[in-house]
Design a protein around this ligand. Structure first.
Ligand SMILES: NC(=O)C1=CN([C@@H]2O[C@H](COP(=O)(O)OP(=O)(O)OC[C@H]3O[C@@H](n4cnc5c(N)ncnc54)[C@H](OP(=O)(O)O)[C@@H]3O)[C@@H](O)[C@H]2O)C=CC1
Ligand SMILES: O=C1OC[C@@H](O)[C@H](O)[C@H]1O
Length: 415
């Protein structure tokens, strides 16, 4: 009963925004501008900004001024600019949030860097690996970095306490398999930006969390995409856009990964599976008893459910299978399994040595914004970040999967 009440209370505070602290003096504020009156902006930047004492949203621009004005009024944004370009050039803006269709990310992120604006760039960062190299390894980013300009691909799930707790339960060198499923019901219509090839759409682009998760867990690049089956949109819609994918990967040392995602699942499948990430380890010796000539092995499997938005609800199950065997000959002496569940709605509850104040109702996006601000201000963060090499590797993985599937890789408008 108590946990049901705390769950409902958390959801209430998430919906209403919770505590909104007073703002720091003007000269300490990071002033954000938003490109586009995007659907995701309220959740990903407007609410987190209201919860952050050092962030304010000063401006928005949309392709249609009337739309931007309506958005600004609704979200109390003081300045409406006439174009994306004007917003980027505004001296009222220090940082730009880019929640545009994927195929427009490269163009506008480069423009921000040229004008010395920090960039919080929605995922996937660009259209393909070549574009990622252009953005994260190009002259613009180097020149901007020298001036202290920060750019981050917005993989928000990486910044929350529950994800850090999950990672802390893994033993990276002994992982043999990672399995990630994102089954979503039909939340977006056929004409959504997600299914428009000319805007760099496709499920493997949009649900690229699957790749990001696998790469975060292994901390290395895959050697091969060993299989990739896709289901695509049907004519008159663009067949180059997948809505469902199922992919297998080989990592160094023969480790594997299976990633699956769909925008056309059922609510029942979605609720039943709950975005699971399962990590399987090989059996490792954890104790030796020389007197008895025995050794104890542990084989660990860890599953996190709802990794993407863990603060809504999540569950981390650890299953340790122990075997005691004779060191000589390997004869099994006994075997048992220990199961445990963990959660981490706050840093305190995660209990992994991060001493930072937070609230149970903070969205992943608030943790992400904290990290972004810390980086700009030169403060030590929690350790979570997505660097340029990571973003390049991410796009490389998407390209590998598209090639394997037989579909073309994506291209941005400007590349
Ligand atoms: N981090 C997260 O949790 C999430 C991230 N995303 C990412 O954010 C981005 C935007 O997603 P979402 O907010 O759902 O998208 P929307 O459908 O709301 O589109 C975003 C904006 O794109 C602009 N736009 C510019 N050119 C076009 C065009 N040719 N056709 C359609 N729209 C155009 C529109 O701006 P204008 O207002 O100027 O017309 C629109 O407001 C994507 O990259 C997506 O992957 C999306 C959802 C969640
Ligand atoms: O968080 C998300 O969930 C649903 C997706 O379609 C979206 O683009 C993604 O970022």
């Amino acid at each position: 009963m108590t946990s049901l009440i705390s769950l409902l209370n958390r959801w209430r505070l998430m919906a209403t925004g919770g505590h909104q602290p007073p703002k720091a003096p003007a000269n300490q504020l990071i002033r954000f501008g938003i490109l586009g009156a995007a659907n995701i902006a309220p959740l990903a930047i407007i609410t987190p900004a209201a919860q952050h004492p050092e962030v304010t949203i000063t401006a928005v621009a949309a392709r249609d001024r009337a739309k931007a004005e309506k958005f600004a009024k609704k979200h109390k944004i003081p300045i409406v600019l006439n174009s994306y370009q004007e917003l980027i050039e505004s001296d009222q803006v220090d940082a730009v949030y880019i929640p545009l269709p994927n195929g427009l990310h490269l163009e506008w992120a480069l423009e921000c860097l040229k004008k010395g604006k920090h960039v919080l760039l929605e995922k996937p960062s660009v259209g393909n690996e070549e574009e990622a190299r252009r953005l994260f390894g190009g002259e613009e980013v180097k020149a901007a970095a020298e001036k202290g300009v920060v750019m981050l691909e917005a993989f928000h799930y990486r910044f929350q306490p529950a994800w850090a707790l999950f990672l802390s339960l893994l033993d990276r060198t002994n992982i043999v398999d990672v399995n990630v499923n994102i089954i979503l019901p039909q939340l977006f219509p056929d004409n959504d930006i997600r299914f428009d090839y000319n805007l760099a759409g496709g499920a493997m682009m949009d649900l690229t969390y699957t790749n990001s998760v696998v790469r975060a867990i292994y901390g290395t690049e895959p050697e091969e995409c060993t299989s990739c089956e896709v289901q695509t949109m049907k004519p008159p819609l663009d067949e180059r856009c997948d809505h469902t994918f199922s992919t297998t990967w080989r990592f160094p040392g023969g480790a594997t990964a299976t990633t699956m995602g769909t925008h056309r699942g059922s609510w029942i499948e979605h609720l039943k599976t709950n975005l699971p990430v399962t990590v399987t380890h090989r059996a490792v010796v954890i104790e030796t008893n020389e007197e008895k000539g025995e050794e104890t092995l542990r084989k660990r499997k860890v599953t996190m459910r709802n990794f993407m938005m863990a603060m809504i609800w999540h569950r981390i199950d650890i299953e340790d299978e122990f075997v005691v065997r004779k060191k000589e000959g390997g004869e099994e002496v006994r075997r048992w399994t220990v199961k445990e569940s963990r959660k981490g709605y706050t840093w305190e509850e995660a209990n992994i040595g991060v001493d930072r104040k937070c609230e149970t109702y903070w969205l992943t996006y608030k943790y992400q914004l904290d990290a972004f601000v810390d980086r700009i201000k030169g403060r030590e963060g929690t350790g979570a970040w997505v660097d340029g090499e990571d973003s390049i590797g991410q796009m490389r993985m998407i390209d590998m999967a598209y090639r394997k599937s037989g579909l073309p890789t994506r291209v941005s408008k400007t590349s």
